[in-house]
Design a protein around this ligand. Structure first.
Ligand SMILES: Nc1ncnc2c1ncn2[C@@H]1O[C@H](COP(=O)(O)OP(=O)(O)OP(=O)(O)O)[C@@H](O)[C@H]1O
Ligand SMILES: [Mg+2]
Length: 494
């Protein structure tokens, strides 16, 4: 492989020549009278600057703290990745198990790339110093000190030091966040444990009204780019979302899509496992920036007057989703139940701690928005209330594309009419569209959906008739005096 003499190298050589001249100059200083030395001193600096008008900055891989990799070095490495892949001839590759990008590329040692910033050319060179040390080390890389060297003309000193370096570090960190393997944390009591977050959901595959979807995407984008804005208006960099709707309408799927879109980690907070407010605070302080803190089924997690929810038996039976029925703890465990209170939770949502260290999204989900205390969901705490509801025709089209690769079909019109007459969750629609044969029988799946929609329509009509009959019966009973309406408005049998 040829040894390339790049621009930065050349500038480095010019520097070496000048260093030799300096050495000669030091000798002259020893033997010449003071006034001659003074004269030469004055002009030598101008002479050097005239011939070497470049500034060099070195960024070492390891900083003063032993074994601690410099954040700047790592951000520069990531930032240069893009330029490196098009310019450098010798690259280093590393595998990153990421959906969007399988490999990370960086410059090999003694390579060089040029970068352009607002029309100003700068040069980045990578290098390493090998220290000849006799001491035995357990750390394999301590003898090799890698660095990046930035070279630019002194004319652009201010621009580079003030703007360009900020730009490099910021962009490098952003790319890093996007490329990193993300984590899904869950709490077991007061401890977080995590697994890799690899949910494939995306906004593209999420079935919902396209206008609403775009609004959410725009809101998330504005939020994640809003550091300066939040600083300027003096607000903590956080945003609260309340997702509500019947089971199977995509609340959890949307959280996964949000995390994938922003490249954030998820902290799935199980409130019922948290002992008290102190434990809650400790857990939350441990969350990192660029994360989504999720509390699912908030109405089942706590009693909004303070104690953990203990619903009446009737309410439990009323609950549409058996999985959501709160578990009644045995009597002997009563003392161990969660003492997290609404005020503790509100402190978490807008307390001082929440402003610490970067951006966070806080997402609550519920099937029963009407049960939530208005204090919990007022604007500023839950900035956006998003309803995920039954499947409409537009949402169906997204699912048909995802599941059957169908953009249009002659049965779509019939399905469109049926969606106007029957309610079905996206989860049920998805189940009907799920291919059950190979090769996929697209029409069969659509017909299965039509069958299910017709059944749902009949069911809805039947329920409506039953409800009307019940109302009629009540009315007749009131008229005939069988039922007396008591003063507070509730019905009482006589
Ligand atoms: N809007 C949607 N777009 C795409 N798929 C959906 C949507 N809604 C539901 N699904 C499918 O249905 C399944 C269940 O959805 P999800 O768990 O997101 O519902 P949920 O609203 O969180 O329900 P729950 O209230 O019971 O927690 C998902 O695995 C997903 O495949
Ligand atoms: Mg869910």
């Amino acid at each position: 492989m040829t040894n390339k003499l790049g621009m930065a190298d050349m500038l480095g050589h010019v520097g070496s020549v000048l260093a030799s001249l300096m050495f000669v100059w030091a000798i002259i200083q020893q033997y010449f009278p003071y006034n001659v030395r003074n004269f030469l001193d004055k002009y030598s600096q101008r002479f050097l600057t005239f011939f070497y008008p470049y500034i060099q900055i070195t960024f070492n891989e390891f900083t003063g703290e032993r074994f601690k990799r410099s954040e700047a070095y790592s951000a520069i490495e990531t930032y240069l990745g893009k330029t490196t892949s098009t310019q450098a001839k010798r690259l280093k590759a590393d595998v990153i198990k990421n959906n969007t990008q399988p490999l990370s590329l960086s410059m090999d040692d003694h390579e060089e790339v040029a970068d352009d910033y607002n029309g100003v050319k700068v040069y980045w060179a990578s290098g390493k110093n090998i220290l000849k040390t006799q001491t035995f080390s357990f750390y394999p890389n301590t003898d090799e000190k890698r660095y990046y060297k930035l070279t630019f003309h002194k004319r652009y000193r201010e621009l580079i030091l003030r703007d360009y370096l900020n730009h490099v570090l910021k962009e490098g960190k952003e790319i890093k966040v996007k490329n990193r393997l993300r984590k899904l944390y869950t709490n077991n009591g007061a401890q977080w444990s995590h697994v890799m977050f690899e949910h494939p959901a995306s906004f593209k595959t999420l079935a919902m009204d396209p206008v609403k979807k775009q609004e959410i995407i725009d809101d998330l984008t504005t939020f994640s780019n809003g550091e300066e804005f939040y600083n300027r208006i003096g607000r903590a960099w956080k945003r609260g979302y309340l997702l509500y709707g019947p089971p199977g309408t995509g609340k959890s799927t949307m959280i996964a899509a949000m995390a994938n879109f922003l490249g954030y980690d998820i902290y799935d907070l199980e409130l019922t496992a948290v002992k008290d407010n102190t434990e809650l605070r400790r857990l939350l302080i441990e969350t990192t920036s660029k994360s989504i803190i999720v509390i699912e089924d908030i109405d089942c997690s706590m009693d909004l007057t303070g104690q953990r929810k203990k619903e009446s038996k009737e309410e439990e039976e009323e609950s549409t989703d058996p999985a959501k029925k709160p578990m009644r703890p045995p009597a002997e465990n009563e003392a161990k139940t969660s003492k997290v209170t609404l005020s503790g939770l509100l402190n978490f949502v807008d307390g001082l701690w929440s402003a610490c260290g970067g951006d966070r999204l806080i997402v609550f989900t519920t099937n029963h928005v009407e049960k939530l205390d208005p204090a919990l969901i007022r604007r500023g705490r839950m900035d956006r209330h998003i309803e995920l509801s039954y499947c409409g025709f537009e949402a169906f089209r997204v699912l048909a594309k995802n599941y059957l690769c169908l953009e249009t079909h002659e049965l779509f019109e019939q399905i469109r009419v049926l969606f106007g007459e029957a309610e079905m969750t996206p989860a049920d629609v998805a189940e009907n569209l799920m291919p059950k044969t190979s090769p996929v029988d697209q029409e069969g799946c659509l017909r299965s959906l039509i069958g299910a929609l017709e059944q749902a329509k009949e069911e809805a009509v039947r329920k409506k008739v039953e409800e009307e009959e019940r109302k009629m019966k009540e009315l007749t009973a009131v008229e005939s005096g069988e039922i007396k309406v008591v003063e507070n408005g509730s019905n009482g049998s006589v």
